[in-house]
Design a protein around this ligand. Structure first.
Ligand SMILES: [Zn+2]
Length: 485
């Protein structure tokens, strides 16, 4: 069977569950995720190539987090779900049974089921589909399986939807959304470019993410990267529209000015709006990487810079706790450039020494340790953060060896999990989504079964079903054009 991420335990047997265009299903009446029920129905239609209708009805006969399709009237015994497992999926010639450990487990079981559907006859009026008989017991290797997704001015809503649905199907637990000047906030129009998306355009995507069992973690850079633009092209979403906002930032515009109460008040409003938009989550990502020009204005540079920074971060963490959230920050500013080898990402410079705040920093802040040069399953930086008492997620980028190394190191260290980053390279490295998900979900043995070319064509086939493009060339695949120019 061609299922991604490869399930923990798969026992195939002979026979098939055959079905046509109309299928009735039951789901536990305790299953509360109404949006999931709606989306699963839609996806069933998409995975049956626009033919199938899945009529999901709530039933008090089922135990919690159970889902059932039966062809014949017969007694149904769900196989017991072992402790620590996420879901069971059992398919026989007369029934399909899913039992999840919780609602997310049920959704994960359904994500597996969708991938197993095969068309048999597509002649109009005679449509038939089949699923091979199988018994699957599944559980992830890592609890936190996150993906960080950037919304750039060039990111279309169609592409974003594909990324979210593919990530959901690949059973990510968290998706971090970072808008690069691409969300219209109520608090200040200059925070977004003219072509930015409205909250109403983004809400359906948040709904999709939640429906597939993912928490959406809002992200906004609270230190460096205040430009909401990449450093290499020099754009600045606020100052290119209104230079008179200069005092919100340090003199070069790259970093927020922490001494200006207006900056702090603005950031508070931004957090509020993002939390409302992105829905319930345990986290808020504050960014805080590459703060090259931190404390360089006349006020900041004459204060105790370390106290300024640590009070700011601990204050943010406290404020987020009021909303039952934990702060996440990138780890590079907490690593002494002089103490680590050249292959390690560490941006505490000798003239700033921001790493010295680490023992004063609130330990409930989660550290996102991005290490893109690591090619061996060792993460001394994550180990360092854990020894200091922090929870850590390791963050690779598109290089597969980097992804694999960090996932292996995370497992060896028993760190919290993996947060794969994608930045501006996602169109060219979309296969990273299923690959990184697999490194976070699969056993080593199952991971070794994955063949890169097969993963590439499989994910292309999946996105075609997840978000049908109805013949619109620009919306097809991962990139607007077939050849870049
Ligand atoms: Zn300042």
């Amino acid at each position: 069977m061609n299922i991604f991420p490869v399930p923990y335990k798969t026992e195939e047997s002979t026979g098939k569950f055959n079905f046509g265009s109309a299928v009735d299903a039951l789901i536990s009446d305790s299953f509360k995720n109404e949006e999931a029920i709606e989306l699963l129905g839609e996806l069933w239609t998409n995975f049956t190539l626009g033919v199938g209708k899945l009529n999901i009805v709530k039933s008090g006969q089922l135990n919690e987090n159970q889902f059932l399709i039966v062809n014949k009237d017969s007694a149904v015994d769900f196989p017991p779900l072992e402790d620590g497992f996420d879901y069971n999926l059992q398919i026989t010639d007369d029934r399909i049974m899913i039992e999840g450990a919780d609602d997310k487990g049920l959704i994960h079981g359904f994500s597996t089921l969708l991938q197993a559907i095969k068309p048999v006859n597509l002649e109009e009026g005679k449509e038939k589909f089949a699923i091979d008989c199988v018994s699957i017991s599944d559980k992830p290797a890592l609890g936190f399986r996150g993906i960080h997704v950037c919304v750039f001015p060039e990111t279309t809503l169609n592409f974003l939807k594909k990324v979210i649905l593919v990530s959901g199907l690949m059973k990510y637990s968290h998706i971090v959304l970072e808008f690069w000047g691409m969300l219209k906030y109520d608090v200040m129009p200059e925070l977004s470019w003219e072509n930015a998306y409205t909250k109403d355009q983004i809400r359906p995507l948040i709904k999709d993410a939640n429906a597939l069992g993912m928490e959406v973690i809002p992200m906004f850079n609270h230190l460096g990267h205040a430009t909401q633009s990449r450093v290499m092209y020099g754009k600045h979403v606020v100052l290119d529209q209104n230079p008179k906002k200069a005092l919100l930032f340090e003199p070069d515009g790259w970093t927020w000015c922490l001494s200006n109460p207006e900056s702090l008040a603005l950031l508070r409003e931004i957090r509020k709006e993002l939390m409302e938009l992105c829905g319930p989550s345990e986290y808020f990502h504050l960014g805080c990487d590459e703060a090259y020009s931190f404390a360089t204005c006349d006020i900041c540079k004459n204060t105790d810079k370390h106290s300024l920074l640590v009070n700011y971060l601990n204050g943010l963490s406290e404020e987020l706790k009021q909303d039952n959230r934990r702060a996440i920050i990138w780890g590079d500013m907490l690593l002494d450039r002089a103490a680590w080898g050249p292959e390690i990402v560490a941006y505490s410079r000798p003239d700033q020494r921001t790493h010295e705040i680490i023992d004063r920093l609130d330990k409930s802040i989660m550290i996102a340790d991005w290490q893109y040069n690591t090619q061996e399953p060792k993460l001394p930086t994550s180990e360092h953060f854990m020894e200091k008492g922090f929870d850590v997620v390791a963050c690779p980028w598109y290089d597969w060896k980097n992804v694999l190394s960090l996932s292996q190191a995370t497992k060896a260290l028993n760190a919290s999990g993996l947060l794969v980053t994608t930045w501006h390279t996602l169109n060219d490295h979309i296969v990273l989504i299923p690959y990184a998900a697999s490194t976070a979900w699969c056993t080593e043995e199952n991971l070794n079964k994955i063949e890169s070319q097969q993963l590439r064509t499989t994910v292309a086939s999946l996105q075609r079903k997840l978000v049908p493009v109805n013949g619109v060339y620009e919306n097809a695949g991962w990139n607007r054009n077939e050849i870049k120019n």
